[in-house]
Write a protein that binds this ligand. Structure first.
Ligand code: ADP
Ligand code: MG
Length: 341
């Protein structure tokens, strides 16, 4: 017999893709806060995010009449047409995160749109308990509280790692975003302990301090700053000197037009740029931002995977390789001192 699946089940199936672990919830909710124009985002976790994930922002909020709609599948305020999709500037646009997260957790959304009025709240366990929000207390902005992730999907819960591992993934998710939005303040607490406290960084020293807080003082001390424009693209950021050799590829942050990208093409180009100055068993470290004409890159590939499609991959490769190769050749060990950023 063919039947139409109930909404909650559909959302749980989607949740399997969109929220495979607490870190994915953290990423989706922070991105929603950024899309809402937040200047400050506070993240609180308990037990690696399995007990609690709470994200509070000071963004534009949600009108009470729209709150239930935010939990409808494919309901979004961010695009309305194919045209919009082609030049989407927001981080989200699929309208999948909130319904998916709600379907596998006990969730509460509380929001206060700035400009008068008070806050409203709405929640449920696996699905909305009611469609009508009730009055609540909250400063302008939005909080989303997610408890007991996967409480109703024990099979998925079983696949999660130890709480410390899940926490590490969640922290990485926040760090990746914090390195792409220096203009926004972030904090992270885990089990009542403050792990990150990043004020908005609007000067070069403040940005450097944020990189040091996330990547370590040692990285910053052994990195050179790059800012190169060529072939119609701009590459800027920090490249660790070959002396800052890593046994793991754990300090590689690469952004394309502000989005973190983990793609083979830039990874390959950068590895090649290091090839003649670094032992092949070691991994380069970098925090790099590539900016190019948005028409030259397609980011609309997959919601979770961070691959992109470059229209002219060979040019991007040559730009990255050329800029970093030249930079590394110019930095001899004794000259490194002057290049420190
Ligand atoms: P998407 O981000 O793809 O639009 P989501 O399910 O993540 O889908 O969110 C649904 C909608 O809820 C968003 O389009 C937005 O209008 C609203 N929303 C979610 N989080 C926030 C927030 N922190 N502040 C303001 N509005 C929000
Ligand atoms: Mg979203």
């Amino acid at each position: 017999m063919i039947r139409v699946l109930p909404d909650q089940l559909v959302n749980q199936i989607a949740a399997g893709e969109v929220v495979e672990r607490p870190a994915a919830v953290v990423k989706e909710l922070i991105e929603n806060s950024l899309d809402a124009g937040a200047r400050r985002i506070d993240v609180e976790l308990e037990r690696g995010g399995l007990g609690l994930i709470r994200i509070r922002d000071d963004g534009g909020g949600i009108e009470p009449s729209q709150m239930a709609l935010a939990f409808e599948r494919h309901a979004t305020s961010k695009i309305a047409s194919l045209d919009d999709l082609e030049r989407v500037g927001s981080l989200g646009f699929r309208g999948e995160a909130l319904p998916s997260i709600l379907s596998v957790s006990r969730l509460r959304l509380t929001s206060c749109p700035p400009g008068g009025g008070h806050a409203w709240t709405l929640g449920g366990e696996g699905g909305l308990a009611e469609r009508q929000p009730v009055p609540a207390a909250h400063p302008p902005g939005t909080s989303v509280e997610v408890r007991d992730l996967f409480f109703n999907t024990p099979a998925r819960r079983k696949f999660l790692k130890a709480e410390t591992t899940e926490f590490r993934h969640a922290q990485t998710a926040l760090d990746r975003i914090a390195l792409s939005r220096f203009d926004v303040g972030f904090s992270l607490r885990h089990n009542q302990r403050r792990v990150r406290d990043l004020a908005p960084a609007d000067s070069a020293p403040a940005r450097r301090a944020r990189v040091a807080a996330i990547c370590g003082e040692e990285f910053v001390a052994q990195a050179v700053e790059v800012d190169e424009s060529r072939m119609g693209m701009r590459l800027h950021g920090w490249v660790g000197l070959p002396s800052f050799a890593r046994n793991q590829a754990d300090l590689q942050f690469f952004y394309v037009n502000g989005r973190l990208v983990r793609d083979r093409l830039p990874g390959f180009a950068l590895r090649r740029a290091f090839a003649d100055v670094m032992h092949s068993a070691h991994h380069p470290a970098y925090v790099l931002y590539l900016e190019l004409d948005p028409a030259g890159v397609d980011v609309n590939v997959h919601p979770q995977k961070t691959e992109v499609r470059f229209r002219e991959g060979a040019r991007v490769h040559d730009m990255l390789f050329g800029a970093v190769h030249q930079l590394l050749r110019g930095v001899r060990p004794q000259a490194a001192e002057q290049h420190r950023v």
